[in-house]
Design a binder for this molecule. Structure first.
Ligand SMILES: [Zn+2]
Length: 500
C-alpha cells in the first residue's frame, strides 16, 4: 500500500505500529542512488577493518578454531534442526577469508571471546551488504538521522548516521521466509521447540539413510530440503557462497558424503588425516579419479575457489580436516540440488495435494461447506478448484502454491508473484519458455464468479441463503497484494479469519 497523500511506499516501524509514510512523517529519506553509494562506502570501510582484524590472528589456530566451532554447530544442528543461517554462513565465509589472509603475520590466539567479536563484526558486514541489495531492490529505505554533507563525511558519520528501514513490500517476503523456517537465531529456537518431535521421527541413523531410495529420502526430508534450498538461494550473497553446482558437474553424488563420514567415530569432533591417508579414504566413494575428486572436495591454500567442505592446512602441516557432522549437513543441503528433478516431482505432488485436499479440509475445519473441482459441463475448459460457503457468503476459490523460489529477496520475484495473482483473476497465465515470457489466455476467476452466479441453484444446495458471491485466491506464500478487482488474496493461515 502506498501513502494516500504523496504516493510513496510506506515503511515498517520497529514499534510494531501501522506502517507510516517516511516522507509525510518528515524523515530524511536518502535518495536511492546516494543510499547505494553510502552502503558501498560502508561496505568498503568494514571490509578493511575486517581484514585488519583477521590479520592480527595466528591464522593456523584461528582456522582450526573455526573448523571446530563449525563442527560443534553442525552437530547441534543435526540434533535440533533450524536454519541459523547467519551463523552457518559466517563460519564458511570466515574459513575462506582466513585462508585468503593465511600468509600474513599475526600472533593473537583465537579464543571464545575474540572470535565472538570476529563473528559479530562479520555479521554487521553481511547485514550491510544485504541492506544495499534491499535498497537496490526498492524493498527498503535509507534514512539519515541528521543532515549530512556527502563530501565532508567522516567514518563515524558514515557508520552511525544512516538507518535502514524496510518498506511494506518486505513484510510478505519476511513472513513467507518465516513460514518456511528460514529465520534468524531467535525464531530458530522457537522453531526447534515446535518441530523437534516431527524431526526426530524423520531423522534416521546414517546406516538407514544409505538404504533408502532417493524418492524416499526426498519424501522424508522434504520440508527441510525445501527450506534449506530456498535459504541458500534467497539472495545474491548466499547464491555466491553456496554454489554447489560445481559438485554436480564433477559427478559428486550426495551419497558419497555419507560414505566418507559413516566410518568415522563420532559426529561433533574434527578428524584429521594426512593427505595420503585422505586420498586412500576417498576410495570409499568408489571413484577412480581420486586426484580429481581431491581437488573438488578439499579446500586449501592452493585450492581456494571451492567451498570449504574438507580443509587442508598449509603444505608443511600435511593435515586434512574432516568434519563429520558438518559433512552430514552438507549431504542434506546438497541432496535436493543433486536430485533436482525428483525434488521437483515431489513439489508437484504436494502442490496438488495442497489444492485438492489441504485447502478444502481447512475450510471444513472452519465450518464452511465445501465442494471441490467444479467443471462447467457446457464449456469444459472452465474448472473451479473449490466453492466454500458459510452463512450467506459463498467464495469461489482458486488455490495456488508458490514454493519459495530462488532470489526470493528480490523485487523482480515479488513483482512476478503479483503479476501471476492478477493473472489468475484476469485470466492470463504466464510461463517462461526458452527464456521468453509466454502469456496464455485461460478462464479468469472473474468469469468463474459469473458462472457460479448464473448457476447457483444447480451448484449449491443452500442457494436460498446465499446473499453474496465473492472471489478468493488462497496462496501458500504470503501474498504481496491483498485485493485486486474486489477479489481477496490470502495466505492459507488466514482461512480461519474469514467470516462464514
Ligand atoms: Zn506520504
Amino acid at each position: 500500500m502506498t501513502c494516500e497523500i504523496c504516493g510513496n511506499k510506506k515503511m515498517i516501524t520497529d514499534t510494531g505500529e501501522l506502517p507510516i509514510c517516511p516522507k509525510c512523517s518528515g524523515l530524511r529519506i536518502v535518495d536511492k542512488k546516494l543510499a547505494i553509494l553510502i552502503a558501498e562506502a560502508q561496505i568498503k570501510w568494514l571490509e578493511n577493518k575486517f581484514d585488519d582484524y583477521i590479520r592480527k590472528f595466528d591464522k593456523k589456530r584461528l582456522l582450526i578454531w573455526l573448523l571446530d566451532a563449525r563442527e560443534k554447530f553442525s552437530r547441534q544442528f543435526v540434533d535440533n534442526p533450524s536454519i541459523m543461517l547467519s551463523k552457518f554462513f559466517a563460519y564458511n565465509v570466515l574459513i575462506k577469508e582466513v585462508m585468503r589472509l593465511y600468509d600474513t603475520d599475526g600472533s593473537e590466539i583465537a579464543d571464545e571471546k575474540n572470535t565472538e567479536h570476529l563473528i559479530s563484526t562479520f555479521s554487521d558486514f553481511v547485514n550491510i551488504r544485504n541492506r544495499r541489495n534491499l535498497i537496490k531492490e526498492e524493498l527498503g529505505y535509507c534514512i539519515a538521522k541528521e543532515d549530512f554533507d556527502i563530501y565532508k563525511m567522516d567514518h563515524k558519520t558514515l557508520m552511525a548516521n544512516f538507518e535502514f528501514v524496510p518498506s511494506e513490500d518486505w513484510l510478505p517476503i519476511l513472513e513467507t521466509l518465516k513460514q518456511n523456517d528460514i529465520t534468524d537465531e531467535k525464531s530458530a529456537t522457537e522453531y526447534m521447540q515446535k518441530h523437534k518431535m516431527e524431526y526426530e521421527k524423520a531423522r534416521a541413523t546414517p546406516q538407514k539413510t544409505e538404504y533408502r531410495t532417493p524418492e524416499e529420502t526426498i519424501r522424508i526430508f522434504y520440508r527441510f530440503f525445501e527450506s534449506s534450498r530456498a535459504a541458500i538461494h534467497k539472495n545474491e550473497i548466499f547464491v555466491e557462497t553456496f554454489n554447489f553446482e560445481y559438485l554436480k558437474n564433477n559427478g559428486v553424488k550426495p551419497e558419497m558424503f555419507l560414505k566418507l563420514t559413516n566410518v568415522l567415530p563420532q559426529r561433533g569432533l574434527l578428524v584429521s588425516k594426512s593427505r595420503q591417508q585422505f586420498r586412500i579414504h576417498l576410495k570409499r566413494t568408489g571413484r577412480k579419479d581420486i586426484l580429481n575428486l581431491y581437488d573438488t572436495l578439499v579446500f586449501g591454500p592452493n585450492n581456494k575457489d571451492v567451498f570449504p567442505l574438507f580443509v587442508e592446512l598449509d603444505k608443511k602441516e600435511d593435515i586434512v580436516f574432516i568434519s563429520p557432522a558438518f559433512i552430514f549437513l552438507i549431504y542434506l543441503i546438497y541432496y535436493p540440488i543433486y536430485y533436482h528433478d525428483l525434488f521437483a516431482a515431489e513439489t508437484q505432488r504436494l502442490a496438488k495435494k495442497f489444492e485438492k485436499e489441504d485447502i478444502p479440509k481447512m475450510f471444513r475445519k472452519n465450518r464452511f461447506n465445501v465442494i471441490n473441482n467444479i467443471v462447467d459441463k457446457k464449456k469444459s475448459k472452465l474448472e473451479i478448484d473449490t466453492l466454500a460457503w458459510g452463512g450467506n457468503v459463498l467464495y469461489v476459490i482458486e488455490t495456488k502454491v508458490w514454493g519459495i523460489k530462488s532470489y526470493y529477496e528480490t523485487k523482480q520475484r515479488h513483482l512476478n508473484i503479483e503479476r501471476d495473482i492478477m493473472g489468475i483473476i484476469d485470466g492470463e497465465k504466464y510461463r517462461v519458455k526458452n527464456k521468453v515470457l509466454v502469456v496464455e489466455k485461460v478462464p479468469s476467476l472473474l468469469s468463474k464468479i459469473t458462472y457460479v452466479k448464473e448457476n447457483l441453484a444447480e451448484l449449491c444446495s443452500d442457494y436460498k441463503h446465499i446473499k453474496e458471491i465473492k472471489g478468493l485466491v488462497v496462496t501458500r506464500i504470503f501474498p504481496p497484494i491483498n485485493t485486486y478487482k474486489d477479489v481477496k488474496i490470502i495466505n492459507f493461515s488466514d482461512i480461519e479469519k474469514l467470516n462464514g
